[in-house]
Write a new protein. Structure first.
Length: 265
């Protein structure tokens, strides 16, 4: 019986997108059927594993061309950027499994569920891009999300604080605004896709919140102070409003944490 760590390693080492997606789906199906082990015969988390496809070309964020959303190409580029975020999110969920051993089984189950849902999101966006004459890799992309994954590879507390609770939580704020635009132009397919992604992303950020708080409890840390210290230590991006307070609250942020967003803008 393959372990959840075996599947995570296979997926991370594959630069073939279709293989990565298929293997992620297979691992999820095995978990659902009770056919997945949580034991590993090899040390996990010790080496960098992730391989990326040849396209898109990855550039620093400041080198990215500005998107003109009044053109069809600009809109396609925006969808491509969303697809790239979802692709990276598959890898970060799998890396959260592989990178950090000796945690409760529920931790690994949570992150495999995230990987499965992120795979579905990527497929939705990729298929939409194909439908409008483009595909994943048609545009350049930046890798700021994965850079934070790399920065936090030695600290599960920092990973939970600064990837799902910081980088991914920005999607909770941005997606409703993007979705509103496509409601206005009556693009029902993209509106539906964005609704699926937003609903699932609330759960993904909640997973990050839950395991961040788990690590804080294990280490006797105050979550608000620990988060502020980690933002400074790892030079994480500061969150800027407007904030989707309802989605953030549903994702497990406390009233005190939501109040702190306004204080630190």
């Amino acid at each position: 019986m393959k372990s959840i760590f075996d599947y995570a390693k296979i997926c991370l080492q594959s630069a073939d997108i279709e293989q990565k997606l298929a293997t992620t789906h297979e691992a999820w199906q095995k978990l659902q059927a009770g056919g997945l082990s949580f034991k590993s015969n090899q040390p996990v988390g010790s080496i960098a594993l992730t391989q990326f496809p040849a396209r898109p070309q990855l550039l620093p964020p400041r080198s990215m061309a500005k998107r003109n959303l009044n053109t069809s190409e600009g809109v396609a580029a925006m969808f491509h950027a969303l697809a790239h975020i979802e692709f990276n999110a598959i890898n970060l969920a799998l890396d959260a499994i592989w990178r950090f051993p000796n945690l409760p089984e529920d931790y690994y189950k949570d992150w495999l569920k995230v990987a499965q849902e992120e795979s579905y999101h990527f497929e939705l966006l990729s298929n939409y891009l194909i439908g409008i004459g483009y595909g994943y890799g048609s545009f350049d992309a930046h890798n700021s999300l994965w850079e934070m994954v790399e920065k936090t590879k030695n600290d599960p507390l920092a990973r939970m604080a600064l990837v799902p609770r910081t980088m991914e939580s920005r999607g909770l704020d941005a997606l409703p605004l993007i979705r509103k635009r496509f409601i206005q132009i009556n693009d029902k397919e993209m509106t539906s896709i964005l609704e699926v992604i937003l609903n699932d992303e609330v759960g993904h950020v909640e997973v990050g919140n839950r395991w961040f708080n788990y690590h804080c409890q294990q280490q006797g840390l105050d979550p608000i102070q620990a988060y502020a210290d980690l933002v400074q230590k790892y030079d994480a991006p500061k969150l800027r409003g407007p904030f989707n307070y309802a989605a953030r609250k549903a994702a497990g942020f406390t009233d005190a944490e939501l109040a702190a967003l306004d204080i630190h803008q």
